[in-house]
Design a protein around this ligand. Sequence first.
Ligand code: ADP
Length: 463
Amino acid sequence: MFKKILIANRGEIAMRIIRCCREMGIRSVLACSQEDLNAMPAQFANEIVCIGPAPAGQSYLNQNALVQAARSYGCEAIHPGYGFLSENAEFARLCEEAGVKFIGPSSRLISLMGDKQSARALMQKKGVPVVPGSDGILESAAQARKIARKIGYPVLLKASAGGGGRGMRIARNEAEVEKAFSEASAEAKAAFGDGSMYLEKLIHDPRHIEVQIIGDEYGHIVQLGERDCSMQRRNQKLLEEAPAPGLTRSQRGAIQAAALKAAKAAGYYSAGTVEFVMDQNGKFYFIEMNTRMQVEHCVTEMTTGIDLMQEQIQVADGRALSFKQSDVKVNGHAIECRINAEDPERAFAPCPGNVDFIHMPGGMGVRCESAMYSGAFVSPYYDSLIAKVIVHAPTRLRALRKMRAALEETTVDGIKTNLNFLYLMMFSPGFVTGRYDTSYLAKYSEAVLKWDRDSRKKVKRGD
Ligand code: ADP
């Protein structure tokens, strides 16, 4: 087994990896920015190496500095976490060339699946349903219009290299295609260096359902059930749950089988996620594959009892998966809430600053993943996710009640967070009944915020 791993990430996911290494008897070296030298992961890693100043471009995205650090600290592998360089094929290749194991799939697999259009083409060839749209890369807005006329509006113009909601625009009619095409393409070119575009029909208010998979280098590949991630704001997930509520047994089976087929078609190994949108008739379509460990992996760990992080590290070390498909049993229900340092009253703008006091919940079936403590600093340079609260219970209703209780107990003082907003979502009719789609949060958030505002006014007045 690896003796030493370099962690090329920060915050809660760095803590998750450090804890996992400790449990496995692996030494951890944290590569962090100057800004994070006093953060919690730097206190817990066995060694730390400063790889540059605060801006991610000069530290967490500095590929050569990271590989250099791994080599000079005697690390056999690099764990990229999520975000930053976790899905960067060039970085994976750099690691391969330097003889440092990238904990994830090969650079070839990242390129194949990370390019959305090539992944889509592969799925189509292998019989995995994809959203109706273009075949191959679009040459021009005129070609996009021609295809859109055939499949019908509205359509989504998507950048092949896009991610995190960037490089994606809706065109509701012919007149909007030109602008959507050039805007999305320019955005992707600026962010990812590649402005290639393709087109998909816009599925009306779909659900986002994804399947966790993991495989080893010996051709064993398993799926660990699906998650519902439809609670999104501007394509950013806010809470996730597993299993996806309300699916029939055959829908569930079909989506899981499709994900497995997708992963097998790619010859995939390591941890990954196959993402689908499901329309209002229950038909589902492949949209993309994420070739990394995701933020929401804990939800699946809770329902299956399988430590995905540990398996991912073992598989990277050339070992076989420690379990088979028949060993995977989904038990009960899990929900995850993402606590962000942001102000719901100001369009969820990030709210960095000092955390004067923080208390995270506990108890049976409650798990917290965070790098926060009383006195910690939330840096303005990075993502606003400060903690994940995950609950697990025998039924969905009990998990929901447990989450309400857990959020009631959670306290974060000093900075603004979406904690109240999340708590109130736990009472929203769509979430309570499990009938929500990707449009729900946008439609419901104003009502939730008003509810919160009014109740605070009443408290002030003493009603
Ligand atoms: P990204 O890589 O930027 O996250 P995705 O392709 O995963 O982009 O899509 C992000 C979100 O956009 C999905 O979760 C879904 O809500 C929405 N979406 C993507 N494709 C479609 C589609 N064809 N129709 C409707 N919504 C879509």
